[in-house]
Design a binder for this molecule. Sequence first.
Ligand code: MN
Ligand code: FE
Length: 334
Amino acid sequence: MKKDGIINNTSTDPNKILPMRYLWAREYYKSGVANNWTPEEISMQKDVEQWQSPTALAPLERKLILWNLGFFATAESLTANNIVLAAYAHVTNPECRQYLLRQAFEEAVHTDTFIYCCDSLGLNPDEIYNMYNTIPSIKAKDDFVVGLTTSIMDPAFKPIGIENIQKFLIDLIGFYVIMEGIFFYAGFAMMLALKRQQKMVGIGEQFEYIMRDESLHLAFGCDLINTIKAENPEAWTPAFQAKITELVKQAVVLETAYAYDACPQGLLGINAEQFSNYVEHIADRRLERIDLPKLYFRENPFPWMSQSVDLTKEKNFFETRVTEYQTAGSLTWE
Ligand code: MN
Ligand code: FE
């Protein structure tokens, strides 16, 4: 008889959080709380002035901003839905559930960020919130992740037996590794590149906070995935590992297509090929994190992306904040 683990717990009380078995999950919860922020803390004044100015932003920059707002506005909601409707149902361990509740709140803060951006810039919500239907390279990313998870949305689904544990792992890999870990990162790089040029600095700062949160989400997700693998090694077969690697390869193609599409002529000295190398660099880091071999071996073309996550390096950044940045995950894990 197999000992109960992080999923499929039947013999211990799911409401009894003490004593804890997975202390790392508790650490992620504490780190998430320490990173608390709200979008209204960040002024949109300069952004509004630039957005209303006929000359402050080039037409391609305006398009790129709209596309990234459009992608994230609905991607945050898709991610929140997966936590609450899929992950929470099957991750039965109480300290992991405590973190999932915290993560769900953070996704609500991120959703709030895009409401705040739409309101302050006076954007058309029907345009922004429909981009995951109307912009093919955004739709392709969302359809890819949602397509990986539909089989576990059946209310009768339980992650019991090799095949169903694999389906649940694909759901977690779809959202934590691919959506939050790969599909968010070309957009993060674009918005932070703009901020480095003093363009849309309020939104850029909001993206820095979101990226800090997301780096914890995906680190927790990878620890969760690795724990399920360790407790159910029969599900982590070579054929399944090959399947996951193939999914990551497909995700890299989709994210690269999005980067070229959103930023066709490059941006502010960054060309589309660098975005492509960045996506591949990020994908290798995600693969390594779940013990799969690297595929691309790219240098990080944007070392400033990892510095942005390590917000304590940015003097003054936290002057007005109550909390200091702490993390259970690796500090510069972009
Ligand atoms: Mn988020
Ligand atoms: Fe997230």
